[in-house]
Design a protein around this ligand. Structure first.
Ligand code: GLC
Length: 431
Protein backbone atom coordinates (compact mmCIF):
# COMPACT_ATOMS: atom_id res chain seq x y z
CA UNK A 1 0.00 0.00 0.00
CA UNK A 2 1.46 3.39 -1.05
CA UNK A 3 1.82 5.53 2.04
CA UNK A 4 1.27 9.28 2.11
CA UNK A 5 4.00 11.77 2.83
CA UNK A 6 3.65 13.40 6.26
CA UNK A 7 1.86 16.62 5.21
CA UNK A 8 -0.64 14.66 3.11
CA UNK A 9 -1.16 12.11 5.89
CA UNK A 10 -1.77 14.79 8.51
CA UNK A 11 -4.21 16.57 6.18
CA UNK A 12 -6.02 13.30 5.54
CA UNK A 13 -6.46 12.38 9.22
CA UNK A 14 -7.43 15.96 10.07
CA UNK A 15 -10.20 15.79 7.48
CA UNK A 16 -11.80 12.76 9.22
CA UNK A 17 -10.97 13.66 12.81
CA UNK A 18 -14.27 15.30 13.79
CA UNK A 19 -16.23 12.29 12.62
CA UNK A 20 -13.82 9.74 14.14
CA UNK A 21 -13.52 11.55 17.46
CA UNK A 22 -17.11 12.69 18.04
CA UNK A 23 -17.85 9.78 20.41
CA UNK A 24 -14.51 10.24 22.18
CA UNK A 25 -14.97 13.99 22.74
CA UNK A 26 -18.46 13.38 24.13
CA UNK A 27 -17.40 10.37 26.24
CA UNK A 28 -15.14 12.50 28.46
CA UNK A 29 -14.24 9.80 30.98
CA UNK A 30 -12.42 6.48 30.55
CA UNK A 31 -10.69 3.76 32.56
CA UNK A 32 -7.03 2.93 32.06
CA UNK A 33 -6.06 -0.59 33.16
CA UNK A 34 -2.43 -1.42 33.88
CA UNK A 35 -2.17 -5.19 34.20
CA UNK A 36 0.82 -7.43 33.57
CA UNK A 37 3.46 -9.59 35.20
CA UNK A 38 4.52 -6.58 37.30
CA UNK A 39 1.25 -6.80 39.26
CA UNK A 40 2.79 -9.76 41.13
CA UNK A 41 5.61 -7.55 42.41
CA UNK A 42 3.33 -4.71 43.55
CA UNK A 43 6.20 -2.25 43.27
CA UNK A 44 5.28 -0.19 40.16
CA UNK A 45 5.26 -1.38 36.55
CA UNK A 46 8.88 -0.23 36.12
CA UNK A 47 10.25 -2.58 38.82
CA UNK A 48 12.19 -4.63 36.26
CA UNK A 49 14.12 -1.57 35.07
CA UNK A 50 14.34 0.29 38.40
CA UNK A 51 15.54 -2.73 40.37
CA UNK A 52 17.73 -4.09 37.54
CA UNK A 53 16.01 -7.47 37.72
CA UNK A 54 17.82 -9.79 35.26
CA UNK A 55 15.45 -10.80 32.40
CA UNK A 56 15.84 -14.51 33.14
CA UNK A 57 14.77 -13.89 36.73
CA UNK A 58 11.89 -11.62 35.71
CA UNK A 59 10.61 -14.14 33.14
CA UNK A 60 9.76 -16.55 35.98
CA UNK A 61 6.81 -14.24 36.76
CA UNK A 62 5.19 -15.51 33.54
CA UNK A 63 4.75 -18.97 35.12
CA UNK A 64 3.12 -17.63 38.28
CA UNK A 65 0.91 -15.05 36.49
CA UNK A 66 -2.61 -16.18 37.45
CA UNK A 67 -5.43 -13.73 36.69
CA UNK A 68 -8.72 -15.21 37.85
CA UNK A 69 -11.54 -16.04 35.41
CA UNK A 70 -13.81 -13.05 34.90
CA UNK A 71 -11.37 -10.36 36.05
CA UNK A 72 -11.94 -8.34 32.87
CA UNK A 73 -15.67 -8.40 33.51
CA UNK A 74 -14.98 -7.05 37.02
CA UNK A 75 -13.00 -4.12 35.56
CA UNK A 76 -15.62 -3.36 32.89
CA UNK A 77 -18.54 -3.56 35.33
CA UNK A 78 -16.84 -1.04 37.62
CA UNK A 79 -16.00 1.25 34.69
CA UNK A 80 -19.67 1.18 33.65
CA UNK A 81 -20.83 1.82 37.21
CA UNK A 82 -18.39 4.73 37.47
CA UNK A 83 -19.88 6.44 34.43
CA UNK A 84 -16.84 5.74 32.26
CA UNK A 85 -17.49 5.33 28.53
CA UNK A 86 -14.33 3.62 27.31
CA UNK A 87 -11.41 1.52 28.55
CA UNK A 88 -7.75 1.24 27.59
CA UNK A 89 -5.84 -1.95 28.53
CA UNK A 90 -2.07 -2.43 28.58
CA UNK A 91 -1.97 -5.26 26.05
CA UNK A 92 1.84 -5.37 26.37
CA UNK A 93 3.78 -3.10 28.68
CA UNK A 94 7.51 -2.29 28.66
CA UNK A 95 8.18 -5.76 30.16
CA UNK A 96 7.37 -7.17 26.73
CA UNK A 97 4.78 -9.75 27.88
CA UNK A 98 1.74 -9.96 25.56
CA UNK A 99 -1.67 -10.50 27.14
CA UNK A 100 -2.97 -12.16 23.99
CA UNK A 101 -2.54 -15.22 21.76
CA UNK A 102 0.37 -13.82 19.78
CA UNK A 103 2.10 -15.82 17.06
CA UNK A 104 4.75 -13.11 16.92
CA UNK A 105 5.57 -12.94 20.63
CA UNK A 106 5.68 -16.38 22.33
CA UNK A 107 6.15 -14.60 25.68
CA UNK A 108 2.40 -14.32 26.19
CA UNK A 109 -0.53 -15.20 28.46
CA UNK A 110 -1.62 -18.17 26.33
CA UNK A 111 1.78 -19.87 26.38
CA UNK A 112 2.44 -19.05 30.03
CA UNK A 113 0.59 -18.48 33.31
CA UNK A 114 -3.20 -18.53 32.82
CA UNK A 115 -2.97 -19.98 29.29
CA UNK A 116 -5.76 -17.55 28.36
CA UNK A 117 -6.17 -14.70 25.90
CA UNK A 118 -6.76 -11.81 28.33
CA UNK A 119 -7.16 -9.29 25.50
CA UNK A 120 -10.01 -11.38 24.09
CA UNK A 121 -11.68 -11.46 27.51
CA UNK A 122 -11.16 -7.70 27.85
CA UNK A 123 -12.75 -6.98 24.47
CA UNK A 124 -15.75 -9.19 25.31
CA UNK A 125 -16.19 -7.51 28.70
CA UNK A 126 -16.08 -4.04 27.12
CA UNK A 127 -18.66 -4.99 24.52
CA UNK A 128 -20.95 -6.55 27.16
CA UNK A 129 -20.90 -3.18 28.94
CA UNK A 130 -21.19 -1.02 25.82
CA UNK A 131 -17.74 0.47 26.44
CA UNK A 132 -15.45 1.58 23.62
CA UNK A 133 -12.16 -0.33 23.41
CA UNK A 134 -8.60 0.99 23.59
CA UNK A 135 -5.36 -0.97 23.27
CA UNK A 136 -2.25 0.38 24.97
CA UNK A 137 0.85 -0.75 23.09
CA UNK A 138 4.31 0.04 24.43
CA UNK A 139 6.99 0.84 21.85
CA UNK A 140 9.73 0.41 24.45
CA UNK A 141 10.43 -3.29 25.09
CA UNK A 142 12.80 -4.61 27.74
CA UNK A 143 12.41 -8.26 26.71
CA UNK A 144 12.92 -8.36 22.94
CA UNK A 145 16.64 -8.76 22.06
CA UNK A 146 16.47 -5.81 19.62
CA UNK A 147 14.44 -3.54 21.94
CA UNK A 148 17.56 -1.69 23.03
CA UNK A 149 20.11 -2.05 20.21
CA UNK A 150 17.50 -0.97 17.60
CA UNK A 151 18.76 2.58 18.14
CA UNK A 152 22.37 1.62 17.25
CA UNK A 153 22.07 -1.10 14.63
CA UNK A 154 20.02 -0.80 11.44
CA UNK A 155 19.42 -4.52 11.05
CA UNK A 156 18.21 -4.72 14.65
CA UNK A 157 16.04 -1.65 14.08
CA UNK A 158 14.39 -3.22 11.03
CA UNK A 159 13.76 -6.47 12.89
CA UNK A 160 12.32 -4.63 15.89
CA UNK A 161 10.08 -2.35 13.79
CA UNK A 162 8.76 -5.42 11.92
CA UNK A 163 8.07 -6.99 15.33
CA UNK A 164 6.18 -3.93 16.63
CA UNK A 165 4.16 -3.71 13.40
CA UNK A 166 3.32 -7.43 13.57
CA UNK A 167 2.22 -7.16 17.22
CA UNK A 168 -0.08 -4.22 16.50
CA UNK A 169 -1.39 -5.89 13.34
CA UNK A 170 -2.40 -8.91 15.43
CA UNK A 171 -4.16 -6.64 17.90
CA UNK A 172 -6.05 -4.75 15.19
CA UNK A 173 -7.07 -7.81 13.16
CA UNK A 174 -7.87 -10.49 15.77
CA UNK A 175 -10.46 -8.75 17.97
CA UNK A 176 -12.98 -6.92 15.78
CA UNK A 177 -13.50 -3.15 15.82
CA UNK A 178 -10.99 -1.41 18.07
CA UNK A 179 -11.51 2.27 18.88
CA UNK A 180 -8.21 3.59 20.27
CA UNK A 181 -4.53 2.73 19.69
CA UNK A 182 -2.67 4.10 22.72
CA UNK A 183 1.09 4.04 22.10
CA UNK A 184 3.51 4.55 24.96
CA UNK A 185 7.18 5.41 25.53
CA UNK A 186 8.77 5.74 22.06
CA UNK A 187 12.25 4.86 23.37
CA UNK A 188 15.09 4.37 22.48
CA UNK A 189 14.45 5.62 18.92
CA UNK A 190 14.17 9.39 18.99
CA UNK A 191 12.18 10.34 15.88
CA UNK A 192 9.02 9.34 14.05
CA UNK A 193 11.29 8.46 11.14
CA UNK A 194 13.32 6.22 13.44
CA UNK A 195 10.12 4.49 14.56
CA UNK A 196 8.77 4.42 10.98
CA UNK A 197 5.57 5.73 12.57
CA UNK A 198 4.29 7.38 9.41
CA UNK A 199 4.13 4.07 7.56
CA UNK A 200 3.05 1.96 10.55
CA UNK A 201 0.25 4.29 11.63
CA UNK A 202 -1.11 4.46 8.08
CA UNK A 203 -1.09 0.66 8.03
CA UNK A 204 -2.92 0.59 11.37
CA UNK A 205 -5.52 3.06 10.11
CA UNK A 206 -6.01 0.95 6.99
CA UNK A 207 -6.85 -2.00 9.27
CA UNK A 208 -9.18 0.06 11.49
CA UNK A 209 -10.27 3.18 9.54
CA UNK A 210 -12.14 4.72 12.50
CA UNK A 211 -9.37 4.23 15.00
CA UNK A 212 -8.08 7.12 17.15
CA UNK A 213 -4.30 7.24 17.77
CA UNK A 214 -2.52 9.15 20.58
CA UNK A 215 0.63 11.26 20.32
CA UNK A 216 3.19 8.78 21.70
CA UNK A 217 4.69 7.35 18.50
CA UNK A 218 6.54 10.64 17.95
CA UNK A 219 3.79 11.89 15.62
CA UNK A 220 1.00 14.22 16.88
CA UNK A 221 -1.78 12.00 15.48
CA UNK A 222 -5.21 12.59 17.08
CA UNK A 223 -4.77 13.67 20.71
CA UNK A 224 -2.28 14.82 23.32
CA UNK A 225 -1.63 12.85 26.51
CA UNK A 226 -0.72 15.01 29.54
CA UNK A 227 0.27 12.53 32.23
CA UNK A 228 -0.38 12.86 35.94
CA UNK A 229 -1.44 16.47 35.47
CA UNK A 230 -4.34 18.15 33.72
CA UNK A 231 -2.73 20.37 31.14
CA UNK A 232 -5.28 21.67 28.61
CA UNK A 233 -4.28 22.49 25.06
CA UNK A 234 -5.93 23.77 21.91
CA UNK A 235 -5.88 20.29 20.34
CA UNK A 236 -7.80 17.27 21.61
CA UNK A 237 -6.23 16.06 24.85
CA UNK A 238 -6.72 13.36 27.45
CA UNK A 239 -5.18 13.57 30.93
CA UNK A 240 -4.10 10.10 32.03
CA UNK A 241 -3.90 9.79 35.81
CA UNK A 242 -2.90 7.04 38.20
CA UNK A 243 -5.33 6.45 41.03
CA UNK A 244 -2.71 7.37 43.60
CA UNK A 245 0.04 9.49 42.05
CA UNK A 246 2.52 6.69 42.78
CA UNK A 247 2.12 3.78 40.37
CA UNK A 248 0.21 2.64 37.30
CA UNK A 249 0.69 -0.97 38.30
CA UNK A 250 -0.75 -2.61 41.41
CA UNK A 251 0.32 -1.40 44.84
CA UNK A 252 -0.59 -2.97 48.17
CA UNK A 253 -4.07 -1.62 48.77
CA UNK A 254 -3.63 -0.87 52.46
CA UNK A 255 -0.66 1.38 51.70
CA UNK A 256 -1.98 2.74 48.38
CA UNK A 257 -5.23 3.85 50.05
CA UNK A 258 -3.32 6.62 51.81
CA UNK A 259 -2.49 8.19 48.45
CA UNK A 260 -5.66 7.36 46.52
CA UNK A 261 -8.12 9.87 45.15
CA UNK A 262 -11.36 10.61 46.90
CA UNK A 263 -14.46 10.79 44.70
CA UNK A 264 -14.44 14.55 45.22
CA UNK A 265 -10.92 14.81 43.77
CA UNK A 266 -11.95 12.70 40.79
CA UNK A 267 -14.96 14.96 40.14
CA UNK A 268 -12.73 18.01 40.50
CA UNK A 269 -10.42 16.57 37.81
CA UNK A 270 -13.45 15.88 35.62
CA UNK A 271 -14.57 19.48 36.16
CA UNK A 272 -11.30 20.84 34.73
CA UNK A 273 -11.47 18.44 31.80
CA UNK A 274 -15.06 19.50 31.07
CA UNK A 275 -14.28 23.21 31.43
CA UNK A 276 -11.29 23.02 29.11
CA UNK A 277 -12.32 20.51 26.50
CA UNK A 278 -10.40 17.39 27.42
CA UNK A 279 -10.87 13.82 28.65
CA UNK A 280 -9.90 12.06 31.86
CA UNK A 281 -8.41 8.56 31.59
CA UNK A 282 -8.25 7.34 35.20
CA UNK A 283 -6.18 4.25 35.93
CA UNK A 284 -6.63 1.14 38.02
CA UNK A 285 -3.78 -1.30 38.61
CA UNK A 286 -5.48 -4.67 39.22
CA UNK A 287 -4.13 -7.07 41.87
CA UNK A 288 -2.03 -10.11 40.87
CA UNK A 289 -5.22 -12.21 40.53
CA UNK A 290 -6.83 -9.48 38.43
CA UNK A 291 -9.14 -8.19 41.15
CA UNK A 292 -9.92 -4.50 41.18
CA UNK A 293 -7.83 -2.83 43.91
CA UNK A 294 -10.06 -2.27 46.94
CA UNK A 295 -9.23 1.43 47.29
CA UNK A 296 -10.62 2.19 43.83
CA UNK A 297 -14.07 0.60 44.19
CA UNK A 298 -15.98 2.90 46.55
CA UNK A 299 -14.69 6.19 45.08
CA UNK A 300 -15.47 5.11 41.50
CA UNK A 301 -18.94 3.86 42.46
CA UNK A 302 -19.64 7.19 44.21
CA UNK A 303 -18.48 9.13 41.15
CA UNK A 304 -20.84 7.02 39.06
CA UNK A 305 -23.74 7.85 41.37
CA UNK A 306 -22.90 11.56 41.10
CA UNK A 307 -22.65 11.33 37.31
CA UNK A 308 -26.04 9.62 37.14
CA UNK A 309 -27.51 12.87 38.50
CA UNK A 310 -25.12 15.40 36.93
CA UNK A 311 -23.97 13.69 33.72
CA UNK A 312 -25.57 16.25 31.40
CA UNK A 313 -22.87 18.69 32.57
CA UNK A 314 -20.14 16.18 31.63
CA UNK A 315 -21.06 14.13 28.60
CA UNK A 316 -21.85 15.33 25.08
CA UNK A 317 -20.52 18.33 23.21
CA UNK A 318 -19.18 20.94 25.63
CA UNK A 319 -17.68 24.34 24.82
CA UNK A 320 -13.98 24.76 25.54
CA UNK A 321 -13.74 27.63 28.00
CA UNK A 322 -10.57 28.91 29.61
CA UNK A 323 -9.18 30.81 32.49
CA UNK A 324 -10.38 33.02 35.28
CA UNK A 325 -13.01 34.89 33.33
CA UNK A 326 -15.18 31.82 33.76
CA UNK A 327 -14.62 31.61 37.46
CA UNK A 328 -17.83 32.98 38.87
CA UNK A 329 -16.51 32.60 42.39
CA UNK A 330 -13.43 31.27 44.06
CA UNK A 331 -14.63 27.71 44.48
CA UNK A 332 -16.79 26.98 41.45
CA UNK A 333 -15.76 26.21 37.88
CA UNK A 334 -18.11 25.82 34.93
CA UNK A 335 -18.77 23.44 32.16
CA UNK A 336 -20.65 24.91 29.22
CA UNK A 337 -23.02 23.30 26.76
CA UNK A 338 -24.30 25.74 24.14
CA UNK A 339 -25.80 28.66 26.10
CA UNK A 340 -26.13 26.65 29.30
CA UNK A 341 -23.53 27.03 32.04
CA UNK A 342 -23.19 24.46 34.83
CA UNK A 343 -21.46 25.86 37.89
CA UNK A 344 -19.79 23.04 39.83
CA UNK A 345 -19.72 24.11 43.49
CA UNK A 346 -16.87 22.33 45.22
CA UNK A 347 -17.80 24.24 48.39
CA UNK A 348 -21.41 25.13 49.31
CA UNK A 349 -21.24 28.49 50.99
CA UNK A 350 -24.49 30.52 50.98
CA UNK A 351 -24.70 33.20 53.67
CA UNK A 352 -28.26 33.56 54.96
CA UNK A 353 -29.38 31.86 51.76
CA UNK A 354 -27.50 34.27 49.48
CA UNK A 355 -24.60 33.56 47.14
CA UNK A 356 -22.91 35.63 44.38
CA UNK A 357 -21.70 34.51 40.99
CA UNK A 358 -19.35 37.20 39.66
CA UNK A 359 -18.11 37.76 36.18
CA UNK A 360 -21.36 37.46 34.22
CA UNK A 361 -22.18 40.43 31.99
CA UNK A 362 -25.54 39.09 30.80
CA UNK A 363 -28.20 37.53 32.94
CA UNK A 364 -29.51 34.00 32.43
CA UNK A 365 -33.19 33.49 31.90
CA UNK A 366 -33.23 30.83 34.61
CA UNK A 367 -31.09 29.24 37.29
CA UNK A 368 -32.04 25.80 38.64
CA UNK A 369 -30.67 22.88 40.58
CA UNK A 370 -30.18 19.78 38.47
CA UNK A 371 -33.51 18.38 39.66
CA UNK A 372 -35.21 21.40 38.07
CA UNK A 373 -35.87 23.28 41.31
CA UNK A 374 -35.81 27.00 40.37
CA UNK A 375 -33.49 29.42 42.20
CA UNK A 376 -34.40 33.05 42.86
CA UNK A 377 -31.74 35.47 41.50
CA UNK A 378 -31.12 39.03 40.39
CA UNK A 379 -28.50 40.61 38.13
CA UNK A 380 -26.68 43.39 39.99
CA UNK A 381 -23.82 45.06 38.09
CA UNK A 382 -21.34 42.39 37.06
CA UNK A 383 -22.73 39.90 39.56
CA UNK A 384 -25.62 37.52 39.78
CA UNK A 385 -27.00 37.37 43.31
CA UNK A 386 -28.78 34.15 44.24
CA UNK A 387 -31.31 34.12 47.07
CA UNK A 388 -33.22 31.62 49.13
CA UNK A 389 -30.60 28.89 48.94
CA UNK A 390 -30.63 26.04 51.46
CA UNK A 391 -27.93 26.19 54.11
CA UNK A 392 -27.45 22.41 53.89
CA UNK A 393 -25.41 21.16 50.95
CA UNK A 394 -27.97 20.13 48.32
CA UNK A 395 -25.81 17.29 46.92
CA UNK A 396 -26.24 14.24 49.17
CA UNK A 397 -23.81 12.13 47.12
CA UNK A 398 -20.52 14.04 47.12
CA UNK A 399 -21.39 17.53 48.38
CA UNK A 400 -20.70 19.01 44.92
CA UNK A 401 -24.01 20.59 43.83
CA UNK A 402 -24.35 21.97 40.33
CA UNK A 403 -26.28 25.11 39.38
CA UNK A 404 -27.69 25.16 35.85
CA UNK A 405 -27.74 28.66 34.31
CA UNK A 406 -29.67 28.88 31.03
CA UNK A 407 -28.99 31.93 28.84
CA UNK A 408 -30.87 33.14 25.76
CA UNK A 409 -27.55 34.04 24.16
CA UNK A 410 -23.92 33.12 24.66
CA UNK A 411 -22.94 33.92 28.25
CA UNK A 412 -20.49 36.80 28.47
CA UNK A 413 -17.92 36.92 31.26
CA UNK A 414 -15.69 39.54 32.73
CA UNK A 415 -13.41 38.54 35.55
CA UNK A 416 -12.30 41.08 38.15
CA UNK A 417 -14.29 43.98 36.67
CA UNK A 418 -12.63 46.44 39.03
CA UNK A 419 -9.16 45.33 37.97
CA UNK A 420 -9.41 45.56 34.17
CA UNK A 421 -5.67 44.96 33.83
CA UNK A 422 -6.31 41.41 34.93
CA UNK A 423 -8.80 40.80 32.18
CA UNK A 424 -7.80 38.47 29.42
CA UNK A 425 -8.27 39.86 25.93
CA UNK A 426 -7.19 43.40 26.82
CA UNK A 427 -3.81 44.64 25.62
CA UNK A 428 -1.01 43.12 27.61
CA UNK A 429 0.04 45.25 30.60
CA UNK A 430 3.03 47.37 29.61
CA UNK A 431 4.86 47.24 32.95
C1 GLC B 1 4.56 6.37 31.59
C2 GLC B 1 5.09 5.13 32.30
C3 GLC B 1 4.33 3.89 31.91
C4 GLC B 1 2.84 4.08 31.95
C5 GLC B 1 2.47 5.34 31.17
C6 GLC B 1 0.98 5.63 31.25
O1 GLC B 1 4.90 6.29 30.23
O2 GLC B 1 6.42 4.93 31.93
O3 GLC B 1 4.70 2.85 32.79
O4 GLC B 1 2.24 2.95 31.35
O5 GLC B 1 3.17 6.45 31.69
O6 GLC B 1 0.73 6.85 30.57
Amino acid sequence: MKTLALPDYEAAIAATRDERMRWWREARFGMFVHFGLYAQLGRNEWAMACENIPPQEYEKLADTFAPKEGCCREWAALAKKAGMKYMVLTTRHHEGFSLWDSKVNPYNSVNYGPHRDIVKEFVEACRENDLKIGFYSSLMDWHHPDGGICAYDNAARRRFLDYIQALNTELLTQYGKIDILWYDVPEPLQSWEGWDSLNRNQAMRALQPHIIINDRSRLPEDFGTPEEHINPSERDWEACMTFNGVSWGYLDSKQAAAYSYTPQRIVAMLNTCCERGGNLLLNIGPMPDGSVPQEAIAPLEAVGQWLAVNGEAVYGKLEKTYGNQNQANGVSRPSTKGNTVYMWNKIWHPVNGDMALGGFLNAPRSIRFMDGTPIDFEKKGDRILLHGLPEANPDPILGIPLLKLEFDEQPQYRFASYFPQLNRGLERPVI
